[in-house]
Design a protein around this ligand. Structure first.
Ligand SMILES: [Fe+2]
Ligand SMILES: [Fe+2]
Length: 483
């Protein structure tokens, strides 16, 4: 009898999918495994591979057991295949098959669509690890170093999750796709990652925090929609991935919050009230708030592009087929088939932004992006509370969705962060105030010096309020390997 809650360690790959009795898939995964370890070892600098990192590992998928903490050498981390428990008698919750039993096997007519969605999701996971590969060398504390590696090993596990589905349900072409996930690489000329934001650099820790706040949140929205899928194994896979994703966004939100907190503190200690007194603030070794706003503008807009075209027949087809649903699908009060509904999308008429109604089925991407915008706004409010509490007059804001876009109705048009359409000259003149430039990047880079004494933090960031796994402030989250 296969235990579907506790993780079994009787094969090389920890899992709760009964791999030891599924020889064919087990064999295929064992064949894929060395390539994965190669990829991992090629990425993470060697001194960290040999270090002891205080990481959580899933030992079961029930709420109590999935995060078990302990010191691990990362190459020995037990990346596993974990699915949330099967819901009995689960029905397809939306689309033309709504109410039919959820599929346990791939429905033939939707095979390609499903495979493509799994590959796209799978491609983002290793992409982000590649983007973050050098950050360990400049971690502002052992606490942050540990968080980086926690995010990295879990993105690695998310890759395993998608590779399992490819191997298990898509035969030979699934195996080829799984190999290609290790062949493409972030920023590569010949074989880049599939989505733009995963080919950008993550050059410093502020970028990392922005990335985990904004781009991992896109991941959350995509996983939420796939968790609704009528293809039950995909739904269960994504449901478990979501439990891990929450920590990634926590790392981002608190990382930015701690950076803001430290800047405000240093400004107050030195009697600086003007947040735009940038040179003085920078001389004190902290990141000025306007520069943080620029970084926010960049990462937010890159992440908005991940939602694709506002009006999309692909998205409509995936919804109709019961393959990819909407955020919080069961809580939406409609027919879940969208036969007569409409939804508002942006449009540009005579240089003015307006909304117009389109069939809701075609606006699935737009709706998910709207949900994302609402979700992303929460942290902004909490960051502003930190600034307000420090008595500094400055407000972080999400820029208008039309700003700095490469995909969709606003692509390559000149909008400012308030949503005004500008001429080329006006736009060019404004960009240095809206997006980080080389000198901003150089300044941030100059602050990126590693701090490796337990309980100590780089000067540009405040310590966290609470430790991971309730550990005390001077806990040694990483026992560094000394060469
Ligand atoms: Fe992920
Ligand atoms: Fe993530």
């Amino acid at each position: 009898m296969v235990d579907l809650i506790n993780v079994s360690y009787d094969t090389q790959i920890p899992n709760n999918v009964g791999l030891s009795e599924d020889r064919k898939v087990l064999k295929a995964l064992e064949k894929w495994h060395p390539g994965y370890i190669n990829w991992w070892n090629g990425l993470i600098p060697e001194q960290f591979q040999k270090s002891q990192v205080y990481l959580r590992t899933a030992v079961s998928v029930d709420p109590k057991g999935w995060a078990s903490f302990g010191y691990v050498n990362m190459p020995e981390y037990r990346w596993g295949v974990l699915l949330a428990p099967q819901v009995e008698d689960r029905k397809i919750p939306f689309g033309e098959h709504k109410g039919e039993p959820a599929w346990q096997e791939v429905p033939g007519e939707y095979r390609n669509m499903l495979k493509r969605l799994i590959v796209i999701q799978g491609d983002t996971e290793p992409g982000s690890v590649e983007q973050q590969r050098f950050l360990g060398l400049t971690a502002p504390s052992l606490y942050d170093l540990r968080n980086l590696f926690q995010v990295n090993v879990e993105e690695g596990r998310h890759l395993w999750a998608m590779v399992y589905l490819l191997h298990k349900y898509f035969g030979k072409d699934g195996r080829e796709e799984a190999d290609d996930l290790l062949r493409r690489s972030s920023g590569s000329d010949e074989a880049p990652r599939m989505l733009g934001a995963f080919n950008e650099e993550t050059p410093d820790w502020l970028s990392f925090f922005m990335f985990t706040y904004f781009t991992d949140r896109d991941g959350k929205m995509q996983l939420e929609s796939l968790a609704q899928s009528g293809f039950d194994p995909l739904s269960r896979t994504c449901r478990f991935m979501l439990t891990e994703e929450a920590h990634h966004m926590f790392v981002g939100e608190t990382g930015i919050g701690r950076t803001i907190d430290r800047t405000c503190q240093v400004m107050n200690e030195n009697g600086i009230t003007d947040p735009y007194d940038i040179n003085r603030i920078r001389e004190l070794g902290v990141i000025d708030l306007p520069t943080m706003q620029k970084k926010l503008n960049l990462h937010y807009t890159l992440s908005l592009d991940l939602f694709g075209q506002e009006v999309s027949t692909n998205a409509a087809n995936a919804f109709n087929a019961g393959i990819k649903g909407r955020y919080m699908e069961p809580r939406i009060d409609d027919d879940h088939q969208l036969t007569n509904d409409t939804y508002k999308v942006w449009d540009l008429v005579d240089g003015k932004l307006t909304h117009h109604e389109v069939p809701a089925l075609t606006a699935i991407n737009m709706r998910l992006r709207d949900d994302y915008v609402r979700d992303a706004a929460g942290g902004i409010g909490r960051w502003n509370k930190i600034i307000e509490k420090a008595g500094i007059e400055f407000e972080m804001k999400l820029p208008h969705e039309a700003f700095n876009r490469k995909i969709g109705v606003f692509a390559n048009l000149n909008f400012d962060p308030e949503g005004n359409l500008l001429s080329d000259e006006e736009y060019k003149a404004g960009v240095p105030q809206w997006l980080p430039n080389k000198s901003d990047g150089d300044f941030i880079q100059s602050l990126m010096v590693p701090v490796s004494e337990p309980g100590k933090y780089a000067g540009w960031i405040s310590p966290p309020k609470v430790g991971i796994d309730s550990k005390p402030g001077d806990f040694e989250y990483v026992k560094l390997h000394m060469a």
